[in-house]
Design a protein around this ligand. Structure first.
Ligand SMILES: Nc1ncnc2c1ncn2[C@@H]1O[C@H](COP(=O)(O)OP(=O)(O)O)[C@@H](O)[C@H]1O
Ligand SMILES: [Mg+2]
Length: 167
């Protein structure tokens, strides 16, 4: 069909596109470099772009680029992400069962992250996709989540990914 007509080796714009076969314009290279920088320095970063412009694909790529011996990447994508689901989702990815109350789960996550950093020398990197859907309460929670030791330390790299028009 059109693949043959355009001499394409595979169908474009599929979800399962291997990330080592991406079209890699300078802008995407730059984005990947910046995300790697944010992960390494444990910074807060935001990726925005219109629907279908390759945000999630970029995230898939950076997840594969980051060395699993150095980074623990956690990915969340939820249309109704509440603080409780946020902590539960992250703790599950760390292999823990989250405590019921939000405050307890938050302390539990901070403990797990301290262990991960101190004991296993892993840098946590949390990615929240479709972040334009986060409500005010969740955004406030994120702000306080990153406040450790009187806001003198960042416990993780946090990357919010979402559509620009709704931010
Ligand atoms: N760099 C790229 N090279 C080739 N195809 C891409 C690239 N980025 C995205 N795509 C294709 O576009 C589709 C939509 O991208 P996606 O990452 O889902 O967009 P977004 O998350 O911004 O809505 C993907 O399924 C993929 O097939
Ligand atoms: Mg997406």
């Amino acid at each position: 069909m059109f693949e043959t007509f355009y001499s394409l080796r595979r169908t474009p714009f599929t979800r399962d596109l291997p990330t080592d076969e991406l079209y890699l314009p300078v802008m995407l290279e730059e984005t990947l470099e910046r995300l790697a920088y944010a992960a390494e320095r444990q910074l807060f970063a935001v990726v925005t772009g219109d629907c279908g412009t390759g945000k999630t694909t970029t995230i898939r790529r950076i997840t594969e680029v980051l060395n699993a011996k150095t980074y623990k990447v956690m990915y969340l994508s939820d249309s109704k992400l509440t603080p409780r689901h946020f902590y539960k989702g992250l703790l599950e990815q760390l292999g823990c069962e989250a405590k019921f109350y939000r405050g307890d789960a938050k302390r539990q996550l901070h403990r797990e992250i301290e262990l991960m950093r101190g004991l296993h020398h892993l840098k946590p990197c949390v990615i929240v996709d479709e972040a334009h859907l986060l409500d005010r309460e969740m955004l406030e929670e994120v702000r306080f989540l990153l406040n450790v030791r009187m806001d003198s330390e960042s416990p993780m790299a946090l990357i919010l990914v979402g559509q620009l028009s709704d931010f």
